[in-house]
Design a protein around this ligand. Structure first.
Ligand SMILES: *Cc1c(COP(=O)(O)O)cnc(C)c1O
Length: 385
C-alpha cells in the first residue's frame, strides 16, 4: 500500500516487479496491432486504438494519483474534454463556470452547442448555482483555481449541490495537478487534466486525461475511446510517464518560486493587482487551505497600462512569452490575445481579463534570476543592450 503522493508518482501499487524483464522504466510498446494464436485467443490486446500497454500503464498511474478507479489518456486536454462531452445527449443542459480555459469555452460554444447541448455560465465560486438547475441539467463543470482569474470554488460544497440534484460534477484539475488537489476525494465525479501542463511538465508533449470512479461513465468512455480514436500514442504516453516521476519535486520548487514572485509583484508600484491564491488576501485562500495541499505555481497580475504589459512581454529574456503552463520553464502569457482570444470580448471583460492582465506559469529556475528578469522587463529592458 503506497500512502504518499510523492511515491505514487514513481511506483504503481501492486505492480508486478518481474514483468517486462524487470525494466525500471516502463517500455514503449510501439505497435499498432497484436497477433493471435487462433480464433478466440487474444493476449488481451488487439489493436492500439483500443488498448496499448504503455498507455494503460500511464492510465493506471494517473488513476492512482487522482484516487480514481480508472483514467483515460487522450491526445490532448481538449481531446479529453471533447471525449467526455460525448457522454451527453442533445437537449442536456450543463452549468459551466464563466471563467474557464479559453479552449473549453470554444468547444462548448462551437461544438457542444451544435450537438444540442445547452449551457448556463455562472461564477461557481460566488453565484447561486442551484438557481440555474433545470429539469434537463446533467452536470456542473468547473476549474479551481480558474484560468486565468484564479477564482477558487469550494469543490465539496458544489458536490453537495450536484449530489442533491443527481448531477455530475466535473472538475478540470490542470492548474494544481493531483500533487496538490484531488477533486474525486472531495465529491467530484470526473476529473479532467491537460497532461500537457504539470503532469508532462517539460513543455514538450501534448496529452489529456479523464479520471473517474463512476463505473457507468467508465464504460461509456471505454467505448468512446475505441470509437473516436483519440487515445494517446505509446511514445507520448512514455514521455508523460517520465514527466510524472518528478511531479512532486517540480511542484514544490515551482510553488516556492511563485510565492516569492507574488510577493515581489505585490511590492511593485507598477503592479495594480496580484492574483495568487497563496496570498492571504486572496478571497479563495481559506478554501484553498481546506481543499488543497498547496497553492500551485500559476499567478495572474495586472499592470498600470497596456503599454507596460506589452513592454514586459517584449523584454523578458529568461521568461518566455508563450502560451501553455506547467512546465519547468517559466512562461508569461497575454490571455487577451492568446489563451482567451476566442472568448467573446464582453465575457472576457466581465471576467476581468483586460489588456493589462498578464499570467505567469512559474517554473523551476533560480527565483533570483526570474525576479531580475522581471525587474529588467519592467524597466523596459535597459540591461538588454
Ligand atoms: C491547456 C488547458 C486545457 C487544454 O489542454 P491541451 O492539452 O492544450 O489540449 C484544458 N484546461 C486547462 C485548464 C488548460 O490549462
Amino acid at each position: 500500500m503506497i500512502n504518499n503522493i510523492e511515491t505514487k508518482c514513481l511506483h504503481l501499487d501492486g505492480e508486478d516487479r518481474t514483468a517486462n524483464f524487470g525494466a525500471v522504466s516502463y517500455p514503449i510498446f510501439q505497435t499498432a496491432t497484436y497477433a493471435h494464436s487462433a480464433v478466440g485467443c487474444s493476449t488481451g490486446y488487439d489493436y492500439s486504438r483500443l488498448q496499448n500497454p504503455t498507455r494503460e500503464h500511464l492510465e493506471k498511474v494517473v488513476a492512482q494519483l487522482e484516487g480514481g478507479t480508472s483514467a483515460f489518456a487522450l491526445s490532448s486536454g481538449m481531446a479529453a474534454i471533447a471525449l467526455l462531452f460525448e457522454i451527453f445527449k442533445p437537449g442536456d443542459h450543463i452549468i459551466a463556470d464563466s471563467d474557464l480555459y479559453g479552449g473549453s469555452i470554444r468547444l462548448f460554444d462551437n461544438v457542444s452547442k451544435k450537438n444540442g447541448l445547452e449551457f448556463t455560465s455562472v461564477n461557481c465560486w460566488c453565484d447561486d448555482i442551484e438557481r440555474c438547475i433545470k429539469p434537463n441539467t446533467k452536470a456542473i463543470y468547473i476549474e479551481t483555481p480558474t484560468n486565468p482569474m484564479m477564482n477558487v470554488t469550494d469543490i465539496a460544497a458544489v458536490s453537495r449541490i450536484a449530489k442533491k440534484h443527481g448531477l455530475l460534477l466535473i472538475v478540470d484539475n490542470t492548474f494544481l495537478s493531483p500533487y496538490f488537489q484531488n477533486p474525486l476525494a472531495l465529491g467530484a465525479d470526473v476529473v479532467i487534466h491537460s497532461g500537457t501542463k504539470f503532469l508532462g511538465g517539460h513543455n514538450d508533449t501534448l496529452a489529456g486525461f479523464v479520471v473517474t470512479n463512476n463505473r457507468e461513465i467508465e464504460e461509456k468512455l471505454l467505448f468512446l475511446i475505441k470509437t473516436v480514436g483519440s487515445g494517446l500514442s505509446p511514445f507520448d504516453s512514455w514521455l508523460i510517464l517520465r514527466g510524472i516521476k518528478t511531479l512532486g519535486v517540480r511542484m514544490e520548487r515551482a510553488q516556492q518560486n511563485a510565492i516569492e514572485i507574488a510577493k515581489w509583484l505585490s511590492a511593485n508600484k507598477h503592479v495594480t493587482r496580484v492574483i495568487y491564491p497563496g496570498l492571504p488576501e486572496h478571497p479563495g485562500y481559506n478554501t484553498m487551505k481546506k481543499q488543497a495541499r498547496g497553492f500551485g505555481a500559476m499567478l495572474t497580475f495586472k499592470v498600470e497600462s497596456r503599454e507596460l504589459a506589452l513592454s514586459i512581454l517584449k523584454n523578458v529574456r529568461i521568461i518566455r512569452f508563450a502560451e501553455s503552463l506547467g512546465g519547468v520553464e517559466t512562461l508569461i502569457t497575454y490571455p487577451t490575445t492568446q489563451t482567451h482570444a476566442d472568448v467573446p470580448s464582453e465575457i472576457r471583460e466581465k471576467n476581468g481579463i483586460t489588456d493589462t492582465t498578464l499570467r505567469l506559469s512559474v517554473g523551476i529556475e533560480n527565483v533570483n534570476d526570474l525576479i531580475a528578469d522581471l525587474e529588467n522587463a519592467f524597466n523596459g529592458g535597459e540591461d538588454n543592450a
